[in-house]
Design a protein around this ligand. Structure first.
Ligand SMILES: Nc1ncnc2c1ncn2[C@@H]1O[C@H](COP(=O)(O)OP(=O)(O)O)[C@@H](O)[C@H]1O
Ligand SMILES: [Mg+2]
Length: 292
């Protein structure tokens, strides 16, 4: 029997050959790598997991096969200006589950030094999340990695969301896994610490959007600067629940905007803006693309 690593690689090769996908590169990820390739007509990403979670290629976590199936269900219902298109989804006879998804070409580096560009980016993120909520979907894992800034065919800047593995319809509380804990709202961080069930809601997404923007302004990977001796997940969750944010890494011209973000992030959940539109207004951002 081949070892597990080559088992998975072999299966990826079988799937891409069968579907006529030319492999280009791998995007490494903590939760299982993603393959970028091309079909005859377009650029795609391919996500694979073992339905029985047997394949333990480095980094593939047990939640992956659940996530891939969940994501396929969600993105097939979402408009294409918000999410990539699901082109193909299947379970092969060897028990591998996979999705072929349209590739979204990131057009530029994230605006960090230019506060006006950043505000524009953030308005469009809020617009995309508003449209997604209008479609009845909670994303569940909003963070910089899962937001792609791109340009459409007619050269109009747009913001797309990817990674719907933790998403859920509004009317379902069947959310088995919360997304990245670094972007959890303080109240949800406290729930996780108390081993209570965590279900991401609109108000948590409002927090995650502010945290996403703060992270980009800080030119960092997380909104929170963890204390040096803060190593374990529990210690980090406690720090998130306490919510003390620094402005380290924020350019001078963006400090006042970062201050507004932190003010909103520090509001008790009941006082936090209740909708994406209210968040845009609280940040004095353009709201022309946002319906109430
Ligand atoms: N449709 C897509 N088009 C372009 N890049 C994508 C697409 N989907 C994912 N990516 C890139 O791959 C990375 C990992 O994919 P993602 O769906 O977020 O999986 P993970 O659960 O591993 O985070 C994303 O952060 C993004 O940079
Ligand atoms: Mg992701």
């Amino acid at each position: 029997m081949p070892n597990r690593l080559s088992f998975t690689k072999l299966q990826a090769d079988t799937i891409t050959t069968r579907l006529g996908i030319v492999q280009e590169r791998v995007i490494p990820s903590k939760r299982g790598s993603i393959l970028v390739g091309t079909t005859e007509t377009q650029k795609i990403v391919l996500k694979i997991a073992d339905i029985n979670n047997r394949a333990t290629e480095e980094g593939i976590t047990p939640s992956r096969s659940w996530g891939i199936r969940n994501e396929a269900r969600i993105i097939s219902k979402l408009p294409n200006h918000i999410a990539p298109k699901l082109l193909h989804h299947a379970i092969d006879p060897n028990g591998l589950i996979y999705s072929v998804i349209s590739y979204i070409d990131p057009c530029e580096d994230r605006p960090t030094a230019n506060i006006n560009l950043l505000k524009d980016y953030f308005s469009r993120l809020i617009a995309a999340v508003t449209d997604m909520h209008k479609s009845g979907i909670i994303h569940g894992d909003i963070q910089p990695d899962n937001v792609i800034f791109s340009t459409s065919a007619n050269n109009i800047a747009k913001t797309s969301l990817v990674d719907f593995e933790f998403s859920r319809p509004f009317d379902s509380v069947d959310q088995t896994y919360p997304g990245s804990y670094h972007y959890l709202s303080p109240e949800n961080a406290a729930r996780l610490l108390n081993e209570e069930k965590v279900v991401t809601d609109v108000r948590d997404e409002i927090f995650a959007m502010a945290a996403t923007c703060l992270t980009i302004l800080k030119q960092s990977i997380y909104p929170m600067d963890y204390a040096k001796n803060t190593k374990t997940r529990e210690e980090r969750l406690k720090q998130i629940a306490d919510g003390v944010y620094s402005f380290d890494g924020v350019e001078k011209q963006s400090i006042s905007f970062a201050g507004k973000l932190v003010q909103i992030m520090n509001l008790p959940d009941k006082k936090r803006p209740k909708t994406a539109l209210a968040l845009a207004e609280a940040l004095s951002l353009k709201t022309d693309s946002l319906a109430p």
